[in-house]
Design a protein around this ligand. Structure first.
Ligand SMILES: NC(=O)c1ccc[n+]([C@@H]2O[C@H](COP(=O)([O-])OP(=O)(O)OC[C@H]3O[C@@H](n4cnc5c(N)ncnc54)[C@H](O)[C@@H]3O)[C@@H](O)[C@H]2O)c1
Length: 281
């Protein structure tokens, strides 16, 4: 036993989280801060990122924020450089920003080319852009923890509409499968620099993203028309989760904190389901 506690699990570390203005990214940022890390919070919505940073500071943590578009490599590079300038380093990077589909997703049955472009741009190229911006720094320091946020939707095609009910979630699921493969390949590449690369695959969380999915289910399934989006989500949880409950952003944050900690120093190239047992591979 080293005598360390959860509250100093990540003390002295600096974490950078994308898409952290709300939802899961916010939960990850708050957990990492509660474990002692200084956190650089970024989001496409700069005001939302600033409010999460303020929340961390008001609970006694250290945080900075920035408006960042993960599809734009120069935007991410500027953010990583300014994080290093202000907080001294980046030890932990959590590429979390993600999208479910393009405009009109909630009412469409089938994908369109914008869904493919957007999910690939944010959920895959966004992870690559973020890694490209941070890995030169991590390689130089011969230390780093990258935790990509994928999805159990990248494992098995469950939870998508039944046959005949459309292909609307295909671009998202394919992008998340790519995120898992990207995690494997990057881990192989960066192991020699003492950089661990893992992924967390969340299950189902009540965030604006799942609200959009529930609205889509409702639009495609006449039998769900009398239910609210939240009721559709609750039914889905009961039908799919062995543990019978939804996951929370804090649950995902705790898994990220573990993978970013020294307790996980021999874990790399893995994708960890935090999904109540809904999918078991
Ligand atoms: N909610 C779920 O049930 C669930 C399940 C599995 C995986 N995930 C994944 O978790 C991550 C977070 O999901 P969430 O539910 O919190 O979604 P969300 O829609 O609530 O939040 C996503 C955040 O990403 C930001 N974002 C979108 N595009 C961006 C861009 N180009 N650059 C920077 N930021 C951008 C948004 O502004 C938003 O703050 C995503 O990668 C998502 O695919 C979510």
């Amino acid at each position: 036993m080293t005598g360390s506690t959860m509250s100093d699990q990540l003390s002295g570390r600096v974490a950078a989280v994308t898409g952290a203005g709300r939802g899961i990214g916010r939960g990850i940022a708050l957990v990492l801060a509660s474990r002692g890390a200084a956190v650089s919070v970024s989001d496409l919505d700069g005001a939302a990122a600033a409010s999460v940073a303020a929340e961390i500071e008001s609970s006694g943590g250290r945080s900075v924020s920035a408006a960042v578009d993960v599809t734009d490599p120069s935007s991410i590079s500027r953010w990583i450089d300014s994080t290093i300038a202000v907080l001294g380093q980046v030890d932990i990077c959590v590429p979390n920003a993600g999208v479910i589909g393009a405009a009109g997703f909630t009412t469409r049955k089938d994908y369109n080319s914008d869904d493919w472009r957007l999910t690939w741009g944010v959920n895959v190229q966004g992870l690559v852009n973020t890694a490209d911006a941070v890995t030169p720094h991590m390689k130089q320091r011969r230390y780093g923890k990258i935790v990509n946020i994928a999805s159990h939707g990248g494992r098995e095609p469950r939870g998508v509409p039944d046959p005949g009910r459309g292909s609307i979630q295909a671009p998202y699921s394919v992008s998340k499968a790519a995120a898992i493969q990207w995690t494997h390949l990057l881990a192989i590449e960066l192991g020699q620099f003492n950089i661990n690369v893992n992924a967390v695959c969340p299950g189902r969380l009540w965030t604006p993203m799942w609200e959009a999915i529930a609205l889509n289910h409702k639009a495609l399934n006449p039998e769900l028309s009398a239910l609210s989006a939240r009721e559709i989500f609750d039914r889905n949880i009961k039908a799919t989760m062995p543990l019978g409950r939804e996951q929370t952003p804090e649950d995902v944050g705790k898994a990220v904190a573990f993978l970013a900690s020294e307790d996980a120093s021999e874990i790399t190239g893995q994708a960890l389901n935090v999904n109540g047992g809904a999918i078991m591979n």
